[in-house]
Design a binder for this molecule. Structure first.
Ligand code: G6P
Length: 545
């Protein structure tokens, strides 16, 4: 057994959680519950009162955090200590949104000047593309950006661009290509004009198969439209930490935007990986995004644990995963612009905390990262919310909603908000058998039928949710929101004593994919794999069933 599950606090939490009354009762007992269990910071408001907690639960959870040396671990991350111990790297995405006058040391040198230089290079480029000064090979301004990248080099830019649609520069559009499935790039290139298209190739390693293949195909398409090799520099730029490889590939040295080893892929949208965002929303808005994240960094680094928003959210997730057997967490965005956020948080959290050994290699004897999923409200209410209300699994939920819409139209936003709040209320209070029966009092059914229907209408309630509000979705509030979830992920990893910053499972996929590719292209059928894999490779080689 690990020290964590042996600890007095862990055992106390096990005993405590099993005897806590229903949330209905907790609300009835304490009229101050909402005031006491809500927190506001960085333009975000978190109501966490609809959780299976009372003061004792919180005290135990914060004790657990203290025993995990959380405060020191937070400081170690911000200080640039090598906390990614399997890849021997510092974890400094927070430096990307630091202030110019800060000094942050990684591998013996202050990295803030490089960060600022890259921001300046981005600003110059964004300005020249947006103003039309940057010309394509026939002298026309750029109208379309095709962003090529995958994983962390794709999802952040895509989701943030989507979320900031109201801030887009008129006359510029962006298309994202990630999948190596040719359908993705072929469909995106249909209807584009090579003369006015700019390709942004994003790959930290400059070695990811999907991205290299898509970039080569983009180059072929570009040349096939009548452009020449010399024209490439006007239409292809790269973001990478591997400048040598990018130059060897044929990227013009002036068109390479650097990033660094100390930025993890899924934490990289704040670096030049965010170039597609900056091209769409302009550099001022990109800097506002960084500023929102910086505000959350400050809050996270300097706020006592019981008022610390990422810590509160993380400890609640620990509570459900480790003490209530919950294996899943749902993110429900009541804002169409934020419809992609669940997928982004899924990558962030599942790639970070899908781990089974502690930092020192001991097998864990407790659950780590849950399955993260979700979608936009109210759509989900007509689908999977049924399981949230009446299924057997306990799935804590985060409801996220801006108070003001970018598109105020009639009663739409009032209806959206009432659905959001109505769902959290229903999840919390549920419906008792007596209430269900009372609702049927005027029906023509006989008593046994009423009782049967009432039984089906019962909802146990006591289903936890957080509600996160902001005035309006802006670059700043979005930056704070994303940083909030980054730090929430970090805190959970700290409690579980895992490395939230490597991804060996994903690496295995890359490795095996390359191995199988060789066998597909070999002169003879595959024989050395397991029988299923051999047969599948050979069926593919045949090309038909
Ligand atoms: O940016 P690249 O080096 O091309 O890597 C793209 C992605 O590759 C893998 O999937 C990693 O697990 C991700 O974290 C990374 O973002």
């Amino acid at each position: 057994m690990t020290k964590l599950t042996q600890s007095t606090t862990w055992k106390a939490l096990q005993a405590h959680t099993s005897q806590l009354p229903h949330m209905r009762e907790l609300f009835a007992q304490n009229p101050q519950r909402f005031e006491q269990m809500s927190v506001k910071s960085c333009g975000l408001f978190l109501d966490y009162s609809k959780n299976r907690i009372n003061d004792d639960t919180l005290e135990l959870l914060f004790s657990l955090a203290k025993e995990a040396n959380l405060t020191d671990k937070i400081a170690a991350m911000f200080n640039g200590d090598v906390i990614n111990n399997t890849e021997h790297r510092a974890v400094l995405h927070t430096a990307l949104r630091s202030k110019a006058e800060q000094e942050i040391i990684a591998e013996g040198a202050n990295i803030v000047p490089e960060v600022q230089q890259t921001l300046a290079k981005m600003a110059e480029f964004v300005e020249s593309v947006q103003s039309g000064q940057w010309k394509g090979y026939t002298g026309k301004a750029i109208t379309d950006v095709v962003s090529i990248g995958i994983g962390g080099s794709f999802l952040g830019p895509k989701i943030v661009s989507q979320a900031l649609r109201p801030y887009w520069h008129a006359g510029l559009n962006c298309h994202f290509v990630a999948n190596v499935d040719a359908t993705s790039i072929c469909e995106k290139l249909k209807g584009l004009n090579a003369e006015t298209t700019l390709f942004v190739m994003s790959s930290k390693s400059f070695g990811t198969q999907e991205t290299l293949t898509n970039t080569l195909s983009a180059k072929e398409w570009f040349l096939a439209q009548g452009a020449t090799q010399q024209d490439i520099a006007k239409h292809f730029v790269a973001v990478t930490s591997n400048v040598t490889k990018a130059t060897e590939f044929g990227m013009d040295a002036n068109n390479i935007f650097p990033m660094w080893d100390w930025v993890g892929g899924r934490y990289s949208l704040w670096s030049a990986i965010g170039l597609p965002i900056a091209l769409l929303v302009g550099m001022d808005n990109f800097k506002a995004l960084l500023d929102g994240a910086h505000q959350m960094d400050e809050h996270f680094a300097n706020t006592p644990l019981p008022q610390n928003m990422p810590v509160i959210m993380a400890m609640l997730s620990v509570l459900y995963g480790n003490f209530h057997g919950s294996q899943s967490h749902v993110i429900l965005t009541y804002d169409h612009y934020l419809r992609g956020l669940p997928a982004y948080f899924q990558q962030l959290d599942m790639e970070s905390n899908g781990k089974s050994v502690t930092l020192d290699g001991t097998d864990v004897d407790y659950s780590t990262g849950p399955v993260i999923w979700g979608g936009e409200g109210t759509n989900g209410q007509h689908a999977y919310h049924q399981l949230l209300h009446q299924g057997t699994a306990l799935i804590p939920a985060d409801f996220i909603m801006p108070l003001q819409s970018h598109n105020p139209l009639g009663e739409h936003h009032d209806q959206l908000a009432s659905n959001c709040f109505g769902q959290t209320q229903a999840l919390m209070q549920g419906r008792t058998f007596e209430e269900a029966l009372a609702e049927l009092s005027n029906s023509k059914l006989d008593e046994p039928q009423k009782a049967l229907i009432a039984k089906h209408k019962v909802m146990s309630g006591n289903k936890p949710s957080n509600t996160l509000l902001m005035d309006k979705l802006t670059p700043t509030t979005l930056g704070a929101l994303i940083a909030l979830y980054e730090h929430r992920t970090f805190v959970q990893g700290a409690i579980w004593q895992i490395n939230s910053f490597d991804q060996w499972g994903v690496e295995l996929g890359k490795q095996l994919g390359n191995d199988v590719l060789e066998r597909i292209g070999a002169d003879q059928d595959a024989t050395e794999l397991d029988s299923s894999s051999n047969a599948l490779v050979n069926l593919y080689r045949q090309g038909k069933l």
